[in-house]
Design a binder for this molecule. Structure first.
Ligand SMILES: [Zn+2]
Length: 419
């Protein structure tokens, strides 16, 4: 794996291509970018066929150990690795520890073990079991075992220090087993940077992890809801300063477009793409605007849209979405969409927007039809991936400020999320 940077903008944002991915080395991934979020190898709501109606899919598929740890014996019997087991198309497989969407109960970590939660409950992992799982799954990259339980703001300094020490010890043990395991030759290990909200511990974790022979870095414990954005950015900037330039940095648990933009400026390369899934689960559609091409006709359209949304009333009290919904989406369960015959997003090329209107989606949602999730997931994934495309284009063209203005303008006209 090799990261070729074509530009570093304003000291932080990195534009480039990760090359030589996968065991054959034939895949690449543009950064800033995201991985493909899955549960048990499948993008929620979508079959491989519907998924592949989307263009420009990320070349890296994320699988979380929590969703497959309890199937270890089956996978061992199967013998051919998870990619074949799940019928995945040609993709680079990245295995991480936890699902970014599912909260993980605290208080089950010891010096020698971490726990993940599958559908049948808690599974305790030692380094030996963790590495046995990796050998069975046969990913192309995997996240090293880590003690990531220090993201709550009330975690003591002592506990944070312990988590950094444990995570480094886990990494050393994983690497030791890794190098002795024939099946894992050519597989990339990502070291995990911990340190809670304590700057010195973050820097120490970054420096120490960077000394190890890892292919890249996971920045853990900085997820949405763990701390305020200013502190997160300060910590990320301090961490990325300590990491070698030629290796990728993957930020876990952050997906909101405004947060993505700020984290890219702090030096993050890769994100998990769970955000479109969360939006889909609450019956919403991503609709934020990231088109910064100067087009006079488009400008007129936007002025109309703004008038449209100015007088909106939102009847979502009963749905109680205020806590989760962001300003980047519209809530299609809202009555106002029952006779809205426009596509979700004008000009979007996804299957849903080419074939259906908001009114139909509203109908599917209020009647609890499974197709609602399929169509929303298609659109939300397409929209999110296009946002990353626009972000890379803005970095290449030196128009990041313009893009930021556009995205942060929050044009969907919905209730702001509470932080
Ligand atoms: Zn669409």
């Amino acid at each position: 794996m090799k990261l070729e940077l074509s530009r570093v903008v304003q000291g932080g944002c990195r534009l480039g291509v990760l090359k030589g991915l996968g065991r054959s080395g034939q895949h690449s991934l543009e950064v800033p970018g995201c991985l493909l979020y899955t549960r048990c190898g499948t993008v929620p709501h979508l079959t491989q066929d519907t998924l592949h109606t989307l263009t420009n899919l990320p070349s890296v598929t994320q699988l979380t150990l929590s969703t497959i740890a309890e199937h270890q014996e089956v996978l061992e019997d199967f013998k051919d690795g998870f990619r074949k087991f799940a019928g995945l198309h040609d993709t680079v497989l990245y295995c991480s520890l936890h699902d970014p969407v599912t909260p993980c109960p605290a208080g089950h970590i010891t010096n020698k073990t971490v726990s993940v939660w599958g559908s049948g409950g808690r599974i305790e992992l030692t380094v030996a079991k963790f590495m046995a799982l990796q050998r069975t799954v046969r990913p192309d990259w995997y996240q090293s075992m880590a003690d990531g339980e220090t993201w709550q703001s009330n975690t003591s300094r002592k506990r944070v220090r312990k988590s950094v020490d444990r995570t480094l010890a886990h990494l050393d043990e994983c690497l030791l087993v890794h190098h002795k395991t024939q099946e894992l030759q050519g597989v990339a290990v990502f070291g995990v940077v911990e340190g809670g909200d304590i700057l010195e511990e973050r820097v120490r974790s970054a420096k120490e992890t960077a000394k190890r022979p890892v292919a890249g870095f996971c920045l853990d414990g900085l997820q949405t809801g763990s701390m305020d954005q200013a502190l997160r950015i300060q910590l990320i900037a301090a961490v990325t300063k300590e990491l070698p330039e030629g290796k990728p940095r993957l930020l876990q648990g952050v997906g909101r477009p405004d947060e993505v933009l700020a984290c890219v400026e702090a030096g993050v390369d890769l994100f998990e793409s769970f955000f479109p899934f969360q939006v889909t689960e609450r019956g919403c559609a991503l609709c934020f605007n990231f088109d910064i091409t100067p087009d006079p006709e488009r400008a007129v359209l936007e002025a109309d849209e703004e008038r449209d949304t100015a007088g909106e009333t939102h009847e979502n009290g009963e749905l109680n979405l205020d806590d989760q919904m962001t300003s980047f989406e519209i809530n299609l369960k809202d009555k106002r969409y029952q006779d809205d015959f426009r596509p979700l997003v004008e000009g979007c090329g996804c299957y849903c927007c080419r074939n259906h209107q908001r009114a139909y989606l509203h109908h599917l949602l209020v009647t609890n039809e499974l197709l609602a999730g399929v169509l929303l997931m298609l659109h939300n994934t397409a929209h999110y991936l296009a946002f990353f495309g626009a972000l890379r284009e803005a970095l290449a063209q030196d128009t990041l400020d313009l893009l930021k203005k556009k995205v942060l303008k929050e044009k969907c006209g919905q209730t702001k999320s509470k932080e």
